[in-house]
Ligand binder design. Sequence first.
Ligand code: 5GP
Ligand code: MG
Length: 272
Amino acid sequence: MFARLLDFHALEWRYEPRSFPLQWHPDGTVHEAFTPDFYLPEFDLYVEVTTMRQDLITRKNRKVRLLRSVYPHVKIQVFYQKDMRDLELHADSGSPGEPPIDHVLFSAEDVERRVGELADRISEDYAGKEVKLLGVLRGSVYFLTELSRRLRIPARVDFLAISRFAPDDPAPQREHIVQPPHDPIEGEHVLLVAGIVDLGLSARFLLHELAARRPESIHICTLLDRSSRRLVPVDIRYSAFELPAPFVVGCGLDYRQLSRNLPYIAVVKPLG
Ligand code: 5GP
Ligand code: MG
């Protein structure tokens, strides 16, 4: 499953290429070793994929901590299978209706205030310039609208859409831009506006694709940043909220295409 995600994002990977001795017997033989599941050469990064079982997660976390202390230069991330399940929740198929809300995480007033603060910062950083707000459909639409109204610099608005990872697709595609921006971005100061940056794979893909169109500058501006789950490094210049792990809806973020229009950001009750 994780391999399919990596393939979708065209990331090179190797399965269990290396074992790390963690503890040794007094005679020098290896007492305990750890073999991370995946290696991503492009990032020199190991990834350990966990199941949903808490006892296994606890054991793996211990090994990961040990690995980090014995090999401080080795980069390793834990990928929780639950992340994948959350993305499946997000797919269009399944039971109809809006999701049950557990609680409101950020109120409409919180969102309004933070978006205003971001708009102030952007207006200062880009003073004397024009900015192109390039929204990633569809999650960014509400955020982009509110943000653009609060800017005090000239702003153009455009949108693009990218394909979405479908874990059960029998004929998986590579990630690609399904709807390119209407206008060129060459020579412009582009703010790539997103609803959420999670694993960071989509954001990284877009930065790479758009850089080839030679904008004068390009930075990411996201409503929500779930940096705790970041798999690959992405430089995020502007973010309104740091997001905890649970799946959220509202302010553009959907659950099977519903609930985008909630004026607040809410945590969805766990399924099952
Ligand atoms: P990533 O950064 O993982 O490559 O891409 C993030 C994408 O995952 C978003 O565009 C969104 O579609 C989806 N996503 C991740 N977390 C959430 C969440 O909590 N709620 C919703 N509605 N979508 C999410
Ligand atoms: Mg393993």
